[in-house]
Design a protein around this ligand. Structure first.
Ligand code: AMP
Length: 400
């Protein structure tokens, strides 16, 4: 089944056309600067990358340009749009009502609308993408794959914040967690690749990229995760602070005479690796190069990043009363041998040991712990687009 996977941001739209049986990507690309001037980057597999500048006032024009590119007689990969059998949309927030991917109908649209408060940057954009596809490809099934869904199995003790209960009652303030599509895909793949018992397994997934989160997965079900009501909680990320004492907000707001919203923006956009390195970079590669050249700002940022990962892994081992496997994924998790080594070396008290040679691995499923390590450590590349494609195809086939 040919599935068009669509991931809408407020002014951007990423897409991939994937065959769910062969897992082959026929074409992929990106629309940027939607609402400003508009730019489409289109890359058919095996062909030349094309860049087209054209007005894209809304996501509807952006999707229209993507569809035109896909059926373009010269560089398109489809003869007609009839060959697109389903559309899978990445949706940020499904709140507490949605615990799985679903075929989009009026009810699902209402839930995504209700959750705009919780995901103000993403949910409205996700809705625009959904509506544009419905308008331009009437009658085709659209599926919503939620970033929060996989984490809906967390028990109350993991998702509740210890604040007056009325805020949960009134506003559903709680931990939701994000990157769920990746955590689901990687935890499943880890169980399969390592031959673990799906009904008797404890896995920690460390998704480390520009945004990062860790999850604890027992028997394939998420029991805890590091991101919270929003993606701000948890690990040190590219530009997000992750955990901090909430009193820091009031203190800085008073000292600098700035609003809470401005402070939250700083915590999302100017903190994390970028903030700790005094503005040097939010990108791990830049920082690791600078650290090698003796830059103390880069070293501070990387030390804090690794330390927070170590603390979360330790706490999730305690929360699950053990662990069978730890999987690293995401841009940093899949590529940064240094981060994996720093983290695994700090787990030696558990008899977890790293195979330094295997740790040079990149971009493939690979065990990186020694054969006598008490816990298996592995690199498991994530593929969120493929996961969205597979979930979309499974739902649509089931419906037929
Ligand atoms: P993601 O958000 O998953 O695309 O990950 C982006 C992060 O991964 C950035 O901080 C990159 O610097 C980092 N990254 C990507 N490739 C590499 C690499 N080869 N070595 C180290 N870090 C990398």
């Amino acid at each position: 089944m040919n599935v068009l996977v669509v991931n809408c941001g407020s002014s951007s739209l990423k897409f991939q056309l994937i065959n769910s049986e062969t897992e082959a990507v026929a074409a992929k690309g990106l629309c940027e600067r939607i609402g400003l001037d508009g730019r489409l980057v289109y890359q058919p597999t095996g062909g030349e990358k094309e860049v087209t500048e054209a007005a894209m006032p809304t996501h509807t024009e952006a999707i229209k340009m993507v569809l035109d590119a896909l059926v373009n007689p010269k560089t398109g990969v489809l003869k007609s749009l009839d060959e697109v059998e389903a559309i899978g949309h990445r949706v940020l927030h499904g709140g507490a009502k949605i615990s799985d991917s679903c075929i989009i109908n009026d009810e699902v649209i209402s839930v995504i609308e209700e959750c705009c408060d919780l995901g103000p940057l993403h949910n409205p954009a996700n809705l625009m993408g959904i509506r544009a596809c419905m308008e331009l490809m009437p009658g085709k099934p659209n599926v919503a794959v939620f970033d929060t869904a996989f984490h809906q199995t967390m028990p109350e003790k993991a998702y509740m914040y210890a604040i007056p209960y009325k805020y949960y009652d009134k506003y559903k303030i709680r931990k939701y967690g994000f990157h769920g599509t990746s955590h689901r895909f990687v935890s499943k793949e880890t169980i399969k690749f390592l031959g673990l018992d799906p009904n008797n397994s404890k896995v920690i997934v460390a998704h480390l990229g520009n945004g990062s989160s860790i999850s604890a997965v027992v028997n394939g079900k998420c029991v805890d995760t590091s991101m919270g009501l929003t993606p701000l909680e948890g690990l040190v990320m590219g530009t997000r602070s992750g955990d901090l004492d909430p009193a820091v907000l009031e203190y800085i707001c008073n000292k600098e005479n700035i609003s809470v919203s401005e402070m939250v923006r700083i915590l999302n956009k100017e903190s994390g690796l970028l903030g700790l390195s005094q503005g040097l970079s939010s990108d791990f590669r830049d920082l690791s190069e600078a650290m090698e050249n003796g830059n103390p700002d880069a070293k501070r940022a990387i030390d804090c990043l690794c330390y927070r990962i170590i603390k979360y892994i330790g706490s999730y081992i305690a929360a699950m009363n053990g662990v069978d496997a730890i999987a690293f994924t995401g841009g940093i998790g899949e590529n940064a041998a240094l981060v994996r080594k720093t983290v695994v070396d700090n787990l030696s008290y558990l008899g977890i040991t790293l195979d330094e040679e295997a740790n040079k691995a990149r971009g493939e499923d690979k065990v990186i712990s020694t054969s006598d390590s008490k816990v298996i450590v592995a690199v498991i590349p994530t593929n969120e687009e493929l996961a969205i494609c597979q979930e979309t195809a499974a739902l649509v086939k089931n419906q037929k």
